[in-house]
Design a protein around this ligand. Structure first.
Ligand code: ARG
Length: 464
């Protein structure tokens, strides 16, 4: 008869609590992703040990040769991972021992899994953050190109999702360039801070062996070694910062995704998405749904969730290492992969979407979008205080609403019945083209100004 380990859940397990222990303790199922970094770290460490005379040169060559074989085996999918060996570090070391014998044991001199995992994960996150920065930059370039095509394409601007004032589509896209531009600098900023090697912190206190941490830092492409061995193995703020910047990117992506969803409805009809980034309905043959945009919008939840999870894992942990920190990886891997996919999908949608300039312009003319221009004219031409101009314009809008016409379709005498000094000069300021053209303040929506913004970003991105 099968021995039950526990009345509540034992049926699922073949043996007692150690199966449960293995299940909760082993990280190999996910930290195998760090194999390249783990081997990189080990080679650097062994080379330094040999350089410092801590191990012999022969032993180093043996170790390096063996690690290369392990790397090849894992890359080729021939490596047999074992859960009993817990994690990537012990899986690799055990295989190295099989390959080169007891010499493998020299590798762990002046090293602990604590600084080993810290350096592996930092290398991984740093590389991933660099990739993220490149992907954000590519999205920015894609938005810049589309903005350049549409510096004079009229569209309504919204506040409270109510038509507010005329804008250009190019200007609207450039708003996202600014957001992703800040995201880019946030990611780069985080990279700068994580650019320190924890290798050589050992378990938490450093070592009595004459190691050279500056050499290993350099070999691994870090700017310098970390300064405090306790901190080196205790913190995961580099991963938190990566997730924090990723979360802000995701929020920006989700807002753009939401706008794409709105714009592609038949009510708005501002854009049509390419077939490549839409899907159909299984029952309604006429449907073309913006699934990719909806998924980008939704995936933000996963990325933000990862940030909150890691913050919660780290909260209240005493110094130095605790096994809690093993939980840092899966969510970072998932968030990174999710962000990559979302950025790629957004890039695809933005570069392929077709703008319906006629519908955009038509919508711009709704909702008395040039009412502010009317008020501005009263200030400029009649010298009225803006508050009074606002009030008069309100009356004109009410009159137009009553007559179910545009502001510009009211007659001069109707306007003069509201304020006698109004002249027909005002009419030329009530078109959406004029409105947009007039917004030449720094950062404004005038095509000239939008071109200047585009130029700024081109210079910023393309001049070194
Ligand atoms: N798998 C572990 C992790 O990811 C490696 C470090 C283990 N260190 C220890 N003292 N048990 O955190």
């Amino acid at each position: 008869m099968k021995k039950q380990s526990n009345k509540m859940w034992g049926g699922r397990f073949t043996s007692g609590p150690d199966a449960i222990m293995e299940a909760i303790n082993a990280s190999i199922d996910f930290d195998r992703k760090l194999y390249v970094q783990d081997i990189q770290g080990s080679v650097a460490h062994a080379a330094m040990l040999a350089e410092q005379g801590i191990i012999s040169k022969e032993d180093y060559h043996e170790i390096e040769k063996g690690l290369k074989i392990v790397l090849q085996e894992i890359t080729d999918g021939q490596f047999v991972f074992s859960r009993q060996l817990e994690d990537i570090h012990m899986n690799i070391e055990s295989r190295l021992t099989e390959l080169i014998g007891p010499t493998a044991g020299c590798l762990h001199t002046a090293r602990s899994r604590n600084d080993q995992v810290a350096v592996d994960f930092r290398l991984w996150v740093k590389r991933q953050a660099e990739k993220t920065a490149e992907e954000i930059e590519t999205l920015i370039i894609c938005l810049l190109n589309r903005a350049e095509e549409h510096t004079a394409t009229l569209m309504p601007g919204f506040t409270h999702l109510q038509i507010a004032q005329p804008l250009t589509f190019g200007h609207h896209l450039m708003a996202y360039v600014e957001m992703f531009g800040r995201d880019l600098s946030r990611v780069r900023n985080a990279i700068e801070r994580m650019d320190e090697s924890p290798l050589g912190a050992v378990a938490l206190a450093g070592t009595g062996f004459p190691i050279d941490r500056f050499t290993t830092a350099k070999m691994l492409g870090f700017r310098e070694p970390t300064r405090n061995s306790i901190d080196s193995v205790s913190d995961r703020d580099f991963a938190i910062e990566f997730l924090a910047s990723a979360s802000i990117v995701a929020i920006h992506l989700s807002r753009l995704a939401e706008e794409i969803v709105l714009w592609s409805t038949s009510q708005f009809n501002f854009i049509s998405l390419s077939d490549a980034f839409s899907s159909g309905s299984s029952i309604m043959p006429q449907k073309k749904n913006p699934d990719a945009a909806e998924l980008v919008r939704a995936k933000t939840g996963r990325i933000n969730g990862a940030l909150v999870t890691l913050l919660t894992i780290m909260k209240g942990l005493p110094l130095a290492y605790s096994k809690d920190m093993q939980e840092d990886k899966e969510l970072v891997f998932d968030a990174a992969e999710t962000l990559e996919l979302s950025l790629a999908a957004m890039m695809g949608m933005i570069s392929n979407l077709v703008v319906n300039a006629v519908a955009m312009k038509r919508a711009t003319e709704l909702g008395y979008s040039t009412a502010t221009d009317f008020a501005d004219w009263l200030v400029r031409a009649l010298g009225l205080p803006f508050r009074e101009a606002h009030h008069i314009t309100g009356q004109a809008v009410a009159l137009a609403e009553n007559k179910k016409c545009d502001l510009g379709q009211l007659s001069l005498s109707e306007l003069q019945s509201i304020h006698p000094e109004i002249t027909d000069d005002v009419f030329q300021y009530l078109t959406v083209e004029k409105s947009v053209e007039s917004r030449t303040s720094y950062g404004g929506t005038a095509p000239k100004e939008v071109c200047r913004q585009i130029l700024y970003w081109k210079k910023r991105l393309f001049t070194v």
